[in-house]
Design a binder for this molecule. Structure first.
Ligand code: ATP
Length: 295
């Protein structure tokens, strides 16, 4: 308030007392380079101060620099005079700190397109680390260790559990699957956002562990029938596992309320689903209160 008063009074007083107008924005003894807050603070910037100045004789009035007319002065001159008027220099430090790395949990029923969406997201967006899950199941033909999964023995997996090295793990059809914490920590430290792909049970466990510090996205098909058609067309399931997956999917969609966002991956609209996911990430990164996941 008093500083604003100072700025307006300054320009007004310089208009009234043109003989104190100094063509050099800062007289030597008020040089902004040597002028640190001490010099400024020696003048209390209060209305009383200004009224006392206006009552002074011209000889006693301190020579204040003016704010030059914006249409005549160059930018740096204006900048310096504004800095002087405010009593401190303008900082070039970022006004908003860098957003914290985000942990994004992507889940949804089998066949909804989690892998397809994540594969496309990987292609279109930088700065994301897609966590590779550790598993005790044997490697299948065509799979690559460290890319599809980290393949470890059952004993090694149990050791990882004992050492509390996993953020979440589950026993799926007799094989362990889990998310190594170290990988997440390493990439978060480098500033990457983390993408985790888990089934809905895994998402429920992660919600308990991470609470609201991570973003939970539920992928949904536009209809039940489309979801089933997609699974049939994938031609990866036996009739038993097909039945199990569609029955489970029916239950899983009921858990959507435990998620922060729902993204519909409609038939032939993979691109739109990925765009929406990107918008969610962008919006999360612009939040005033960041989630700050600690793993
Ligand atoms: N938007 C879409 N339009 C048409 N087909 C799609 C779309 N998204 C995914 N698919 C196809 O649907 C099938 C299932 O997708 P995907 O394997 O990615 O599902 P998923 O959720 O990862 O399944 P699971 O949990 O069983 O591994 C795949 O054949 C995939 O190519």
């Amino acid at each position: 308030m008093s500083r604003r008063f100072f700025a307006t009074s300054l320009s007004r007083s310089s208009m009234l007392h043109t003989k104190f107008h100094n063509p050099i924005p800062f007289p030597n003894f008020l040089n902004p380079i040597s002028l640190k807050s001490k010099t400024i603070q020696s003048f209390p910037l209060t209305p009383r101060f200004f009224s006392s100045i206006s009552q002074m004789g011209d000889a006693r009035r301190p020579p204040f620099p003016t704010i030059p007319p914006p249409d005549k002065a160059d930018r740096s001159e204006l900048l310096r005079s504004l800095e002087f008027s405010l009593g401190s220099s303008f900082s070039s430090d970022p006004l908003v700190p860098n957003p914290s790395p985000l942990v994004i949990v992507i889940s949804g029923p089998s066949g909804v397109g989690k892998d397809a969406v994540i594969k496309r997201l990987r292609e279109v967006r930088e700065g994301l680390h897609f966590v590779v899950t550790a598993t005790s199941r044997p490697m299948r033909p065509g799979e690559v260790d460290g890319k599809d999964y980290y393949f470890v023995s059952k004993e090694d997996f149990l050791d990882m559990i004992d050492r509390n090295e996993l953020l979440e793990y589950a026993l799926v059809y007799g094989d362990y699957k889990g998310i190594p914490k170290r990988q997440i920590r390493e990439f978060m430290a480098k500033g990457y956002d983390i993408v985790l792909r888990v089934d809905t049970q895994g998402a429920a466990t992660l919600r308990k562990v991470l609470g609201n510090s991570a973003v939970f996205v539920f992928l949904m098909a536009e209809s039940e029938v489309k979801l089933v058609e997609r699974l049939i067309d994938r031609k990866t399931e036996t009739k038993e596992s097909l039945l199990l997956r569609v029955a489970t999917a029916r239950e899983e969609v009921k858990h959507v309320r435990n998620f922060d966002y729902v993204v519909v991956n409609a038939d032939g609209k993979l691109e739109s689903a990925v765009k929406l996911l990107e918008s969610i990430i962008d919006a999360e990164k612009a939040k005033v209160s960041q989630r700050n996941a600690v793993v």
